[in-house]
Design a protein around this ligand. Structure first.
Ligand code: LMR
Length: 329
């Protein structure tokens, strides 16, 4: 009996693998909005490399950079509809799905990316990966980019009063909207793929981003000054469709998770280096001026943006803000 049972199980397994082979590998699409030569771009390519090595013939990963497949406006829906399996939006772009993630957008909350990392790896940070499951999204990892700098098409950019009345492109985030309103500026939510042209044609006067994004999108060619404000963070959460993920055969899910872990370590280690490299390239290009700020200048920006914290404390939760603050020590 046992022998026949084993034979049947074996036949079923053979039939299954035969069917799987006939169908070919599972195609996994990873869509994102930045260039390959950025921390996220490199992370996605690493994920492909490791996943295909760990799951040969079982999985094929296709990476679509530069909003080629889906841009900001459509990528979340695309994951929920199963048109793409992985995306890694900036943490600023999730506020329609959970208010808690807005904590990452509070200006001057984190001293640096090391502090951001400590918070992401804490129990409170890890819990956020599961906070959108009820909306169909499963967070798998945090990926770093870096601290944000502020740029405009004006010569002077040292103090908050220098941006009064200016128009700024922002990511789709209510916190960032409040941040620019606190400065007396006019924020405009806009997809990443549209920013260069908006800066070039003067639809907006400025934007905030990391060195690697500024360089790879050539924003420095259409801006006059980039102030080293480090006032906020651009990091990512890699998310997938929770139902699809839970429904994967266990060995595939395990391999993809391992590939994700390796890609995460790789990209997070690289992020600082790429931003430093691109800061130098911007300097060498000599198009936009890089404006260092004194301690007093930074304090003035911090003070001007401070009201934002109170405004969002209720939505985010005081305890989460405190947990994030602790990561600075
Ligand atoms: C932006 O929209 O400015 C960036 O967050 C894009 C990205 O994914 O880095």
């Amino acid at each position: 009996m046992r022998f026949i049972g084993a034979m049947l199980a074996g036949a079923a397994a053979l039939a299954f693998s035969g069917a799987a082979l006939a169908q070919g590998p599972i195609v996994v699409k990873f869509s994102h909005v930045v260039a390959d030569a950025t921390p996220k771009g490199q992370g996605a390519l690493k994920f492909k490399e490791v996943a295909e090595k760990l799951l040969p013939g079982k999985v094929q990963v296709q990476v679509f950079p530069n909003s080629q497949l889906f841009g900001d406006a459509k990528e979340m829906e695309a994951v929920l509809l199963g048109d793409v399996q992985f995306i890694a939006p900036s943490l600023s772009k999730f506020d329609r799905y959970t208010k808690k993630i807005q904590v990452f957008d509070l200006p001057f909350l984190f001293d640096d990316i090391a502090a951001v990392d400590r918070f992401q790896q804490s129990a409170a940070g890890k819990a956020l990966l599961d906070s959108m499951k009820n909306r169909g999204l499963q967070g798998l990892a945090y990926w770093h980019n870096g601290m944000k700098e502020l740029s405009t098409n004006r010569d002077k950019l040292t103090r908050p009063e220098d941006v009064k009345g200016l128009k700024f492109r922002i990511q789709a985030s209510d916190v960032l909207e409040a941040q620019f309103r606190a400065l007396g500026a006019n924020p405009q939510k806009m997809a990443f793929a549209e920013v260069y042209q908006a800066l070039q044609t003067g639809v907006v006067d400025g934007q905030e981003n990391t060195w690697s994004n500024i360089y790879s999108q050539k924003f420095h060619e259409v801006q006059k000054t980039i102030a080293v404000t480090n006032h906020g963070v651009i990091d990512y959460m890699v998310v997938t469709n929770a139902k699809w993920w839970d429904g994967l055969p266990a060995d595939i899910r395990k391999g993809l998770q391992q590939a994700m872990d390796e890609a995460t370590a790789f990209s997070n280690k690289l992020a600082n280096e790429l931003n430093e490299r691109d800061r130098k390239r911007i300097e060498e290009a000599g198009k936009a001026k890089i404006q260092p700020l004194s301690k007093e200048d930074v304090a003035a920006w911090r003070k001007a943006m401070e009201p934002v914290w109170k405004k969002f404390e209720g939505d985010i939760g005081k305890d989460l803000i405190e947990a994030a603050l602790k990561s600075n020590q």
